[in-house]
Design a protein around this ligand. Structure first.
Ligand code: ATP
Ligand code: MG
Length: 395
């Protein structure tokens, strides 16, 4: 009976110097959290790799699910399922013969690469490669060797405990371990961009809380559910998300009734920044994060972004600033938020939209418009409408 393990190989963490241990423990914590969601697996950390090994038969059956979970852990460059063999050539040959036919069905050509990190192993890496390559050709005669452009690379890794044999390593999720880069507050709308912005910051290790502004009854209950569904999808990467909901209804009515129409979107965005800054302070978030991209809409010209920024009390990160919509959509499909994002919905930004929004706003004119309103009381009133939903990852 072949034993299999999942090998998760460190990415950027290996470049860390004296704080490497800190990043490693965060990686391990995230792996253990996901292991607990799926079943009974052993977790071991050695040689820049985390090994996840099933302990009971149910864990063996759920190995695909475990793999899927581990492929979303930030901090790994590569991930693979591998057969485990005792460290002698007879056992390695036998395991390769039994294991590889089942996992190489879709390939026509291969190349065998051995890596001997245990230097006491009697054969050199090239010798192991030739030996096992021959074994594979013998066991699966339809395959041929292609050293330059193989369909798959079969790897034999002679590590300190066992030999690991695998055909095809996948890319890991990349990035830095979850929780290694402090906490930010994402302004989450129901659109395509903001979930992608969240994913990009999460990928760099940031923990992300969300704030969503609604404008009930101008925006619907369905729009709110959609935002929670997006947060649920993001939980696949971060494990847990808090979504703070705040109503902008009265603020929007005041802007509509008392200010010049052309400024309304910018004024609204400044209120969002002020309220988000308040949430960030309360929740210990160091920065705000938005899905804005330069020039995408009138409120995202350089001048408009500066006017918006001026209202924020903490730095604003805009990870999509230099991305085209097409690139953003590609990521949103990858993280499975796209289909939810394109469901028809209304956002507070899309009710009462001005016919001719200012694309080159001057800050003093915007502030003059803002000062027509009772800003502080409006902020206090909106703050009281806040309610928080905590979402935990489920499998
Ligand atoms: P998205 O950017 O998510 O696709 P969008 O493009 O419709 O939605 P914009 O109007 O361009 O959103 O707003 C730019 C950014 O402002 C969003 O990416 C998001 O970070 C923030 N934002 C917009 N509307 C809201 C909202 N109702 N609640 C919280 N944040 C919002
Ligand atoms: Mg947008």
């Amino acid at each position: 009976m072949i034993r299999e393990a999942i090998l998760c190989k460190y990415g950027e963490v290996v470049l860390k110097g004296t704080n490497r241990g800190h990043f490693e423990s965060q990686l391990l914590r995230e792996v253990r959290r996901r292991v607990e969601l799926v079943g009974n697996y052993g977790v071991r950390n050695n040689q820049s790799t985390i090994y996840v090994t099933p302990i009971d038969s149910e864990a063996v059956r759920n190995l695909d699910m475990m793999y899927d979970q581990l492929s979303k852990v930030f901090g790994f460059a590569g991930i693979c399922r591998a057969a485990i063999a005792e460290k002698n050539m007879d056992e390695i040959r036998k395991t390769a013969r039994e294991y590889l036919p089942g996992v190489m069905l879709k390939y026509k050509s291969f190349k065998c690469e051995a890596k001997r990190s245990d230097k006491s192993f009697p054969l050199s890496s090239p010798e192991i490669s030739v030996d096992i390559g021959g074994e594979i050709l013998d066991a699966i005669p339809r395959l041929h060797v292609d050293l330059n452009n193989p369909d798959v690379i079969v790897r034999i890794e002679i590590r300190d405990d066992y030999a690991y044999i695998h055909a095809g390593q996948d890319r890991g999720a990349g990035g830095m371990p979850t929780g290694s880069a402090g906490k930010g507050l994402l302004l989450l709308s129901g659109g395509i961009d903001s979930p992608v912005a969240a994913y990009m910051m999460m990928k760099r290790g940031m923990e992300v809380d969300c704030v969503h502004f609604d404008s009930f009854p101008y925006t619907s209950e369905a729009a709110r559910d959609k935002v929670l569904e997006l947060a649920r999808k993001l939980c696949e990467y971060s494990g847990k998300i808090k979504v703070h909901m705040i109503s902008l209804t009265h603020i929007q009515e005041e802007i509509r009734d008392r200010c010049e129409e052309d400024y309304s979107t910018l004024l609204l965005r400044r209120f969002m920044m002020k309220l988000a800054t308040k949430v960030a302070g309360e929740q210990n978030c160091h920065v705000l994060v938005t899905g804005e991209s330069l020039g995408q809409v009138a409120s995202q010209t350089l001048q408009a972004l500066c006017v918006t920024d001026d209202a924020a009390g903490v730095p604003v990160f805009r990870p999509l600033i230099g991305m085209d919509k097409e690139e953003i959509i590609r990521v949103s499909r990858k993280i499975d938020t796209f289909d939810t994002s394109i469901l028809p919905y209304d956002d507070c930004c899309t009710v009462f939209t001005p016919r001719h929004p200012k694309t080159q706003p001057e800050l003093d004119k915007v502030i003059a418009q803002e000062n027509i309103l009772d800003v502080e009381p409006l902020i206090e009133e909106a703050w009281k409408t806040r309610n928080t939903v905590v979402i935990n990852q489920e499998v």
